[in-house]
Design a protein. Structure first.
Length: 177
């Protein structure tokens, strides 16, 4: 019995995290899907009451183990200019960005500064951003903010530096957002 226990101990101690047993690999980190949702730019609480019935969650911290493969942005007008057409419609632009997301993830993980209620800032609103996995599930990350509530634009600039793989222009009625 001592020989059998010694052999078993030897087998167990020979394995390591860096050299998994043949045919066995550690499970990849998993994300609770309740923290993710189908990524869409056409939610009623993002652009307008379009009657889609879709309401998406508010921005939140990036969950541990979540590995996005693309970024989707939603913003007015091709250049964010929000030009209104003759039929009172405006382009709500959905862009899919792909590439190395490491700079994007780092920039969104920067903590916001402690808020000073005695100061305020006037600034444009950043686009809606989705971090999306290869199944189409995603989440909207918090855009870090400075002391007076100003956005730390490094996160948005990191997204804009990624190549655009696809652009879809949705026409929405004026008065949206």
């Amino acid at each position: 019995m001592f020989v059998g226990a010694s052999a078993l101990l030897l087998l167990v101690s020979c394995g390591s995290a860096e050299s998994p047993v043949r045919g066995f690999a550690p499970a990849p980190p998993t994300v609770d899907l309740s923290m993710l949702e189908p990524a869409t730019c056409l939610a009623d609480n993002l652009v307008a009451s379009l009657g889609t019935g879709v309401i998406v969650s508010e921005p939140k911290s990036i969950p541990d183990g979540f590995t996005p493969t693309q970024v989707i942005t939603c913003d007015f007008g091709a250049n964010g200019n929000g030009d209104v057409s003759a039929d009172h419609m405006v382009g709500w632009v959905e862009q899919h960005h792909r590439g190395d997301l490491s700079a994007v993830l780092s920039a969104f993980r920067v903590p916001s500064d402690l808020r000073d209620p005695s100061c305020m800032t006037d600034q444009p609103v950043p686009p809606t951003v989705w971090l999306v996995d290869d199944r189409g599930y995603g989440m909207r990350p918090h855009v870090p903010q400075g002391t007076c509530g100003q956005y730390k634009w490094d996160a948005i600039e990191a997204v804009n530096a990624l190549p655009v793989a696809d652009t879809i222009v949705h026409q929405v009625p004026v008065g949206a957002r």
